[in-house]
Design a protein around this ligand. Structure first.
Ligand code: DAH
Length: 339
């Protein structure tokens, strides 16, 4: 028996396995319940008393050696397979929590998608602009209050460089380099010199839409507005247009939608009128077309502009505008399902 143990010990010391399956069969051969070592353990009963000590020590040595060697081989295979699968073992063990889309991004995307379905494509322009693109080309009078430092952030005077106060400046940028048909939607951030409070901020977001082609009429504008309102706020939504004034449109209008909180019956949110204002719009003033090199005798167009914060407030009843720029995870997480 001693010879048997010694020869097994030599075998075990030189164990080799080419892969995990081979290793498993070695484990079964030596260490399983019916394996070689267990059998020797069973035979131990029959060993004579004077040999028990020597055999016992050798047997334990064999068992330990077999366990250690097989353990070593297993470790080798596990590391190798991690390497084969190109696992990054330096990566953190904790899952990285996924962020959520910002509510303003969700609503911006929703508006852009609605207009994309009508054939509009996205156009963007710079946030730092010149006087021409923000005011002059858009027919603002020389003494218009928006040109005042009270209302607009100037980066530099003469020539005037400023932070754009509306995304209407992108209209000019596109019309200057492209002849009709033009059908664009321009989302972006705008800046105004306002004291920050729950209802005003020095920066906010707008979406501007512009359609210029032959025979574009106010009826086209109205139908687009109705479609947009129903897509954004539900098929029951009604719209109404009130005459208004903007330098760059003639005629101009402001659009209200039936209050989506009370369904038009009247509540505190709509100041019991049943209506809430959501955007400005109108037919592009011929002066603006001409300023941008488009022949106003051949072409006409409509434009509209809305605040994304305002639409988001209406959809999600966010009471304090500042929440949008505070990056409070508890606030942002609430929009997880709206993604
Ligand atoms: N630019 C306007 C504003 O910032 C919004 C606006 C009104 C855009 C009428 C338009 C428009 O295109 O036709 O308040």
């Amino acid at each position: 028996m001693i010879d048997k143990i010694k020869s097994l010990l030599r075998e075990v010391e030189n164990l080799k396995a080419a892969n995990a399956e081979e290793l498993e069969s070695l484990r079964i051969k030596y260490l399983s319940k019916k394996g070689e070592i267990s059998q020797l353990m069973n035979d131990f009963r029959n060993v004579t008393a004077d040999q028990k000590r020597e055999v016992g020590i050798l047997l334990n040595q064999l068992k330990e050696e077999a366990q250690q060697r097989i353990g070593e081989l297993r470790e080798k295979f596990e590391n190798a397979s991690a390497h084969d699968r190109k696992i990054d073992l330096t990566r953190t063990a904790y899952p990285v929590p996924l962020g959520t889309r910002h509510p303003l991004s969700i609503v911006k995307k929703e508006i852009c998608d609605i207009f994309a379905r009508l054939g509009f494509s996205i156009a963007e322009g710079p946030e730092i602009e010149d006087d021409w693109h923000v005011f002059t080309s858009l027919n603002f009078a020389e003494d218009h209050p928006a040109r005042d430092m009270q209302d607009t952030f100037f980066v530099q005077h003469s020539p005037d460089i400023l932070l754009r106060t509306h995304t209407s400046s992108v209209q000019t940028r596109v019309m200057e380099r492209q002849q009709p048909p033009i059908r664009i939607i321009c989302p972006g951030r705008v800046y105004r010199n306002e004291a920050i409070s729950y209802r005003a901020h020095c920066f906010f977001h707008q979406v501007e839409a512009l359609y210029v082609d032959k025979n574009v009429s106010f009826a086209d504008l109205k139908q687009t507005l109705l479609y947009m309102a129903k897509e954004l706020f539900g098929t029951e939504t009604k719209i109404r247009l009130r005459p208004s004034y903007f330098p760059f449109t003639e005629p101009s209008a402001e659009m209200d939608i039936s209050c989506n909180l009370c369904g038009g019956k009247g509540c505190a949110f709509c100041k019991h009128t049943g209506w809430v204002e959501i955007l400005g719009c109108g037919m592009v003033d011929p002066n603006v077309l001409e300023n941008c090199g488009i022949d106003s005798k051949i072409y006409s167009g409509y434009a509209l502009g809305m605040g994304i914060e305002r639409i988001t407030n209406l959809k999600y009843q966010v009471k304090d505008l500042r929440m949008f720029s505070e990056n409070d995870i508890r606030f942002l997480k609430q929009f997880e399902s709206a993604n």
